[in-house]
Write a protein of this length. Structure first.
Length: 132
């Protein structure tokens, strides 16, 4: 029976795993984009809250926002490559409880990815407190 499965799915990812994970990629990307915006807003708010304006004028704000937006898109690209770990590890480990594995792996990957953009405001907060 295993040879029939491998004949149907010649790649490392099974078509079922690929379909399941791909169906969640858009939601993953939307959540990452929202987290990036929220973390950016939080970082700006922290600076203004501690009396350290981030920009001198609107042009500086626009330039910095565009630059950091592009950087975040690159980071999201890397996150999407890491997203492939879900179906890859599923194919490698062949979990007995597939539904539970998928839900657990999806949740861990999503929440871990959503944590990343908030590292910068957390470090920034620590630095602002230390310099106050």
């Amino acid at each position: 029976m295993a040879s029939l499965d491998s004949a149907r799915d010649p790649g490392f990812f099974t078509s079922d795993a690929w379909t399941w994970w791909q169906a969640r990629r858009l939601g993953y990307n939307l959540a990452l984009a929202a987290a990036g915006w929220v973390a950016y807003g939080l970082a700006v708010a922290l600076n203004y809250g501690f009396g350290h304006p981030v920009w001198k004028d609107w042009r500086g704000g626009l330039g910095m926002t565009i630059f950091l937006g592009i950087v975040w898109l690159v980071v999201m690209g890397f996150a999407n490559v890491a997203f492939l770990l879900g179906p890859a590890l599923e194919g490698w480990s062949k979990p007995a409880d597939l539904a539970r594995y998928r839900q657990t792996a999806w949740s861990m990957g999503l929440w871990g990815s959503l944590f990343v953009p908030f590292i910068f405001p957390a470090v920034q907060l620590a630095m602002l407190i230390a310099h106050s």
